[in-house]
Design a protein around this ligand. Structure first.
Ligand SMILES: Nc1ncnc2c1ncn2[C@@H]1O[C@H](COP(=O)(O)OP(=O)(O)O)[C@@H](O)[C@H]1O
Ligand SMILES: [Mg+2]
Length: 332
């Protein structure tokens, strides 16, 4: 299990994928200098994690790591968030507040989702990076700061420059080293180790002792595209832990979110046949885990021709546990 973000160092991140190895080597190099870093990767690939790790491995480790995400912020808020404000600078400014640049002084400022920053935020940040100076909102006094910048983006900044959405001068300021973090589907060799680590943690959380993954369950995960990358993997492992009532993860326990496009097409295809008040065929509308578990047990039990010994083995539970569940499903 990885250490918390506040402690994690680059050298503690393991990989068995060559592209990720390259990325980690560059991250180590980045940690030895103050060069600005751009972390480019899809959502959930580990950009925030790596930003922390680079800071913790750098000479600035003892100083602050400050994160800032300006993508969903109004322009007035951006200014006071970045540079702080003096007491009375605007209605509601009851105390003097330091901004992100001041808080990150001598440390690292992590600019997340940089490609979506408004033009104003881009100008403001560029000015500080060029002159190392800024003033709090409502103050004339120039403050200086020494910050190391790491930014993260899920789309190419150069692409945004070409679209006219990102300032070229800021792009050059930020673009020291670009680290490309590959998506999970391109580093599948890491999957078994990542699952094992997540499973251990989620088993502990749920109070379950899961000792194995059925090869067909692993197959299912290897064939999946993981659009949400490592974040999605973590959630998937959590749900399969909940579904698993024995010691072995079975393919049925591995559940991915429904493909919304396919689901809506299916709904669309059915619609003409359903008159407004006509009762629909009953759907399994109880989606609770215990009901899903019961359905799964019944299915396996029926498929084995109601053989308790085989069902228990397939489900990875004891015969006594199976018998207990069966009594709940079909009480005598
Ligand atoms: N190499 C890794 N090993 C284990 N867990 C990881 C790794 N990289 C990322 N994670 C986990 O995946 C999740 C998403 O990572 P995060 O850094 O937030 O992604 P991003 O910022 O790219 O969206 C987090 O819970 C993080 O701890
Ligand atoms: Mg992030």
């Amino acid at each position: 299990m990885l250490r918390p973000l506040s402690k994690l160092k680059v050298e503690e991140i393991a990989t068995s994928n060559p592209a990720m190895e390259r990325c980690l080597r560059l991250a180590q190099l980045a940690a030895t200098s103050d060069v600005p870093v751009v972390l480019l990767g899809e959502t959930g690939t580990g950009k925030t994690l790596l930003a922390h790790a680079i800071h913790n491995s750098s000479t600035r480790a003892e100083k602050a790591f400050v994160a800032f995400n300006a993508s969903a912020m109004s322009d007035t808020l951006i200014e006071s968030q970045l540079f702080g404000h003096e007491r009375g600078a605007f209605t509601g400014a009851q105390t003097t507040v330091k901004g992100k640049f001041e808080l990150a002084n001598q440390g690292t400022l992590f600019l997340d989702e940089i490609a979506d920053m408004s033009p104003l935020a881009q100008v403001k940040i560029l000015r500080v990076l060029e002159y190392g100076e800024f003033e709090r909102v409502g103050s004339e006094q120039m403050l200086t700061c020494d910050v190391r910048i790491i930014c993260a983006t899920n789309c190419s900044l150069l692409g945004r420059v070409r679209q006219g959405k990102f300032r070229e001068d800021l792009y050059h300021r930020l673009n020291g080293l670009t680290l490309l973090i590959p998506p999970l589907r391109d580093r599948l060799e890491e999957l078994p180790a990542l699952i094992a680590a997540e499973l251990k943690a989620s088993g502990r959380r749920e109070g379950k002792k899961i000792t194995a993954i059925h090869p067909a369950a692993m197959e299912k995960m290897l064939a999946y595209g993981w659009p949400g990358n490592l974040r999605e993997l973590s959630h998937t492992v959590r749900t399969m832990t909940l579904f698993c009532d024995g010691h072995v993860i079975l393919p049925e326990h591995v559940v991915f979110p429904p493909d919304l496009k396919v689901a809506s097409e299916e709904v669309g295809a059915e619609t003409p046949e359903i008159a407004p008040n006509e009762p629909k065929e009953k759907e399994p509308n109880d989606l609770s885990l215990s009901k899903a578990l019961m359905r799964h047990i019944s299915l396996v039990y029926e498929q084995t021709g109601r053989n308790q010994r085989r069902s228990a083995r397939l489900l990875g539970i004891s015969r006594a546990t199976l018998a207990r569940h069966l009594r709940k499903i079909a009480p005598k």
